[in-house]
Design a protein around this ligand. Structure first.
Ligand SMILES: C[S@@+](CC[C@H](N)C(=O)[O-])C[C@H]1O[C@@H](n2cnc3c(N)ncnc32)[C@H](O)[C@@H]1O
Length: 231
């Protein structure tokens, strides 16, 4: 999977995505993550990328001109042979990201191009021109699309083959089947007077699986009854 992220703050994105499991998956060649500084595509002598809004109002709006030049260089067939491309604008006006949507994105595309807005956002015409989908990470407003982009890349990448040790790692996880995961325990067996449930040290895998299934249902009812109502 190839990701191309268009941003005014490339270091913010590169730092987050260069670490841990995602960073390792890039080094191992399972993912390609290219971070593009929109400012590098400004034709303005002061490298400006934004301007005041038409009609007045607070803040600055990102110009469509450098964003489009940046996008054109990403999609240039001489350097990008991906055929299943999807362009996403991170936006509080988009549909809220779900595990299901992250899974679909990981399976349906080989190149996800992400536009990160900042300030008051981007000129509407660039959305009309290049964007396939707007995605929000929740019903609140952040200062920029960089953190949302990192969240999207992380959620999608975990389901790209090779990134996790095995598909089982995400298949049993919370939200994948509309339920929350069962409780997890590790050593020591007893800690602060609390013991690990006996069934987990019984060695009986059928019983362990049954217990996990029941726990998953119990905690979904308790913590996220809305997930059950949706089924
Ligand atoms: C301050 S916001 C702009 C909000 C815009 N004026 C509006 O009211 O819809 C700046 C940028 O942060 C990003 N952003 C903010 N909240 C977000 C969210 N919940 N999900 C995804 N991106 C978000 C978007 O890229 C947006 O262009």
């Amino acid at each position: 999977m190839r990701f191309d992220i268009m941003t005014l703050f490339p270091d913010l994105v590169s730092t987050v995505l260069g670490e841990s499991i995602i960073g390792r998956a890039v080094k191992a060649g399972y993912l390609e993550i290219n971070v593009h500084n929109i400012r590098d595509y400004s034709e303005d002598k002061h490298r400006r990328v934004d301007d005041t809004p038409y009609g007045g109002g607070m803040g600055m709006v990102m110009s469509p001109v450098p964003i489009y030049s940046c996008f054109s260089s990403i999609t240039d067939e001489k350097t990008n042979s991906c055929k299943r491309r999807h362009v996403i604008y991170m936006s509080p006006q988009g549909k809220v990201l779900t595990q299901q949507r992250a899974m679909e994105l990981s399976k349906n595309y080989d190149n996800i191009v992400i536009l990160c807005g900042h300030y008051e956002g981007v000129d509407e015409r660039i959305i009309e021109e290049i964007v396939d989908e707007e995605i929000s990470i929740g019903d609140y407003v952040l200062t920029g699309g960089e953190i949302p982009a990192c969240i999207l890349v992380d959620a999608v990448s975990r389901m790209v083959e090779g990134v996790l040790a095995s598909e089982e790692c995400y298949e049993s996880e919370s939200l994948t089947d509309g339920k929350l995961e069962y409780p997890q325990y590790t050593k020591p067996y007893e800690w602060n007077g609390r013991k690990v449930p006996d069934v987990l040290i019984s060695g009986n895998h059928a019983k362990i699986n049954q217990w996990r299934k029941e726990q998953s249902e119990i905690r979904t009812k308790l913590k996220r009854p809305d997930l059950i109502e949706k089924q």
